[in-house]
Design a binder for this molecule. Structure first.
Ligand code: NAD
Ligand code: MG
Length: 337
């Protein structure tokens, strides 16, 4: 069994006695910086000159400085710029301003695990990785709960890396949800696997294929949207509350019979074999290299995929329907500047 830590296991004062720089103010960055500030931690946000996020961070009452100044001032540096730019930011901004005994923190093991960043031996290197999107990390903290969080120690130069990581996790609300101790290797590989085969890649591809199947058969796109996308949340909520048994208990017997007889025809032995292949591409570093190459070339595949999904009928239909749903505030990437 894995070790879990909760509120009582953390020393909240350990992080408030340090100076924390949060680099980046995106999904994770805004949540970490604001939660730490609300926990009484001395925190600054490091943002590039002309960053589109400068206004948002200072409007939120945070102190914002350029990344080099932030690293120089701080003794705890949380790296929350995108994974693919971390090596450059590390070389140009972090490494020249690191001091012996500083702590370098990450929310994902990608850069360290695949060797894109190698910190000097005299700094602590740890991961405090909430298992949820930043917007939820912030919302749950404000509501008094917290997102379960992974803690891993890559390098313990001071002997206090774990105490620091737990205290940081406490500051962002992670110990409320529970902190699971793991390693950089396991976090990186399982995280990539999860997002590729189920959470993002698997689910997105299922939604599109199912929507296309229904609309190509002549069913109305609105019907198809509700069936294959909107209702997904209702089912996921049941899974989240009580696992597969509870979800199957809650749906009709007809739905349950369809589930157990048809599900295995969609996700077949071939699908599982492909999952194993995807996992080995992650483990070998092939995926990481491919993604860094793609980014170095200006991310053409990502750009093409973003253009394609924006005009896919499941998206054009969904945008119109969500605008009519008074119980939700529709979100688009353009709203999140
Ligand atoms: P993001 O893209 O939402 O935000 C990145 C931030 O970095 C933005 O404020 C951006 O303006 C800034 N930035 C970009 N380039 C920069 C540069 N060269 N110098 C300084 N700032 C720069 O990123 P994110 O999704 O919050 O990811 C940050 C880290 O958190 C990653 O390691 C990611 O794997 C990890 N993580 C993310 C999530 C999530 O839900 N998004 C969940 C767990 C872990
Ligand atoms: Mg993840």
């Amino acid at each position: 069994m894995t070790t879990m830590y909760y509120e009582a296991d953390a020393d909240p004062g350990f992080i408030t006695r340090r100076k924390v720089a949060v680099l980046g103010f995106g999904s994770q960055g805004h949540a970490h910086a604001l939660n730490l500030k609300d926990s009484g931690v001395d925190v600054v946000v490091g943002l590039r000159d002309g960053s589109p996020r400068f206004q948002a961070a200072s409007d939120a009452g945070l102190k914002v400085v350029d990344p080099a100044t932030a690293v120089e001032w701080a003794d705890v540096i949380m790296v929350l710029v995108p994974d693919q730019v971390q090596p450059t930011v590390y070389e140009q901004v972090i490494a020249p301003n690191l001091s012996s005994g500083d702590a370098l923190l990450f929310a994902h093991g990608f850069s360290i695990h695949f060797g894109f960043i190698t910190p000097p031996p005299d700094v602590d290197v740890a991961m405090v990785a909430p298992k949820g999107p930043g917007h939820l990390v912030r919302r749950q903290f404000v509501e008094g709960s917290g997102v379960p969080t992974l803690l891993a120690i890559h390098q313990d130069a001071t002997g206090d890396a774990k105490r620091l990581g737990l205290s940081y996790a406490h500051g962002i609300g992670g110990t409320r949800g529970g902190v699971i101790e793991t390693t950089f290797d396991a976090e990186t590989e399982t995280d990539l696997f999860g997002e590729q085969v189920i959470l993002c890649g698997g689910v997105d591809s299922l939604i599109q294929a199912a929507f296309e199947t229904l609309t190509e058969a002549g069913y109305e796109p609105e019907m198809a949207y509700f069936e294959v996308l909107h209702e997904l949340k209702l089912i996921v909520d049941l899974l989240w509350e009580g696992g597969i048994e509870w979800m199957r208990h809650s749906i009709s017997d007809t739905a349950e019979y369809g589930d157990v007889t048809r599900g295995p025809r969609i996700i077949t032995a071939d699908t599982k074999a492909e999952m194993k292949k995807i996992l080995s591409e992650i483990q070998s570093g092939e995926f990481a290299r491919e993604w860094m190459d793609e980014y170095a070339q200006g991310a053409p595949k990502l750009a093409a995929a973003r253009e394609a999904i924006a005009v896919h009928p499941v998206e054009t239909t969904g945008r119109e329907l969500r605008d009519m749903m008074t119980f939700l505030i529709p979100k688009t990437p353009q709203d999140d500047v």
